[in-house]
Design a protein around this ligand. Sequence first.
Ligand code: MOS
Length: 778
Amino acid sequence: MMANGETRSAKFPFGIAGAGLGEVERDVPSDEPPPLPPNAELTVIGRPIPRQNGREKVTGATRFTVDVSLPGMLHGRILRSPMPHAQIRAIDVSAAARHPGVSAILVVARPDDAAAAIVRYVGAPVAAVAAVSVSAAEEALRLIRVDYKPLPFVVDLDAAREPTAPPVYDAASAPRGYAAGFPAPRGLPLAGNVRGPAISKRGDAAQGLAQADIVVEGEYRTQVQTHCCLEPHAIVADWRADGLTVHMSTQFTAGVRHELAEEFGLPLSRVRVIVDGMGGGFGSKSSLGSYGRIAVAMSRQAKAPVRIIFDRQEEQMDAGNRPGTWQRLRIGARRDVSLTAISLVSYGTAGVGLGAGIGNVAEAMYACPNFEAAQHDVFINAGPGCAMRAPGAVPGAWAVEQAIDDLAGLLSIDPLALRDRIDPSPVRREERRRGAERIGWGRRHAPGADAGPVKRGLGMAQSLWGANVQTNAACEVRVMRDGSVEVLSSVQDIGTGTGTVLAQVVAEVLGLRPEAITVRIGDTEFPAGPPSYGSRATASITPPARTAAWHVLQALFREAAPVLDTAVETLVARGGRIEVRGKPSHGMSFADAAAHLRTDRVGAVAARSDDYGGFRRRMEDAALAHQDLGGVQFAEVAVDTETGIVRVERVVAVQDCGRPINPLQIESQVQGGVLMGLSYALFENRILDQHTGRMVNPDLEQYKLAGARETPTIDVIVLENYQANSATDAYGIAEPSNIATAPAIANAVFNAIGVRLRALPMTPASVLAALGKIPARS
Ligand code: MOS
């Protein structure tokens, strides 16, 4: 259904349930359903329903991309550079080509192409083969002879900033414009390995600092974190004369289809992308990637399907990562508890890529008239970073939220009370209140007050993230003559439960149980859905799902009304029946109503409209809207001052997401965000050998992730914050739930031991060094 531009006015719930929920009037497109009441008045939306494919997942029945096996399928493997920086002088693939199992060979780093002949990190693709088995492919890779001319390299952020550092790129070859941890606009200058600065400012930060009574200043470091998706990157490419079909573990089927069509010169109608089960993406599976191009090119060459599955080493070295950063942050304040200036300089590295910015937490979280940030990207000879769960905001909040706590200390004011004064968000205010009550903030003691070697502390920190929406997002709902219902979209479920929320929304409209809705997603044969990144899937796809279901229901009502001898306007759908409002006996079952359909199937397609309240800001892409989500987390830690071990005992996470569709799935995802944040805070660290450029911990044994033993009690409190913005008013929580954890833990560590740690991860050695018990490592 296309909006015809007509609107009608309607009253929506607005505000926080349990804290001043009110109403607001909005203009709504006339082809969209009437406002939903608050969750308390609904049957399926807002209920904690287990994810529909949960049983299949835990019993191993779910088909992931790694399970896809096509007749005649070949296995692709990629030869990767052992050198951090080299020119490929020659590649001899003749012996590999003679290997009996080999059907396709691709040279990626072609010596005859000046740009392609340079490899810039250990793990960079050099060549690839497709063979009858993985072992045959690996044998063939060993037969490829590569003549590398080693070039000087640098793999350390600080060293790469030196004017004498080996250049990773020259001016012509250096990338420009990528912006995962925005801002990273095009056209920024390049000096040596440093791209930038990207400047954002308001007011006069220097003047604001001069007017301050107190200035807190700190230098902060964050390490490189890898995505560590449980399911590796995987693709099965099947090139045929009549079109290309790709099975891929991807966060964006529709986007990958676009990339493939462009890359291989195919019409969109001849490209199909499919994903069924997915074991996480976190940003690293947002696009086609070089391995995707390699698989498709080899399938074309071999005239057979080709499957590529990364091993864990490839995952760690060349599947993206969260860039490392160095930041210097200064915040000026007056004794009357107001901010006068925030000034920030950052240098981050996404390896050979861009996007190492530190986001807009410093710029936008607190009320402050004067702000200035200068953000720089630094190239090093390491695998490219990419978007990872709240890119920019995670390292950004690490600095800001500790500095605000420092300021509270200097002002002798409670960190919550300080934030009540300088944080304009009524949502975070309520989140602070509820979280403080749950964790028992009143028992928080002065920093380092515990006697004895194990010291406990309480800390908190906050999130700021966009309530992102993609308007290029469509969905179809179909009802068959037997009353069965399908919801269809190319949107994928990357493990977050997207299919279940779609079933809930459609079931709510049609008065059915969510189990009665067949969910067909993750296939570009269906209406083009949104990506599962930027926490935008739920916000983008649930409103059109509700709108489409509402249109189908109107069609059913039109068939049922004459049979029931009533007017269409009197009918409601509830409890599996279509009946006259207020007269439950005057009606028929949903299936009986469907039996009256003129054709075997009725369907309706709807797309995401603009937010009813208007998009407050537009990002670069006009199809993306950007408002604000909050989130506040509290952590309780025990620090052993003899071993330096930090143990997080409890986390309370309070999170808003507009209208919560499924509190159980939200809770599960917020717990995942907290765990990922805890793991970042204490354990994870990509370590590169300065002498070889190799990652020394490219596995899941030496690259330490938080596990069951390190998992604290996590309490999740979900705020219902109605914003009257769409047919469901729902937003995502994947990213905001990952922002506040590390600084909340750091603030709790400070409260425990009275010493602040400004570098991640907070290892036992760094705790002992901060306590002056061992020398600090350079
Ligand atoms: Mo995300 S970093 O938008 O998957």
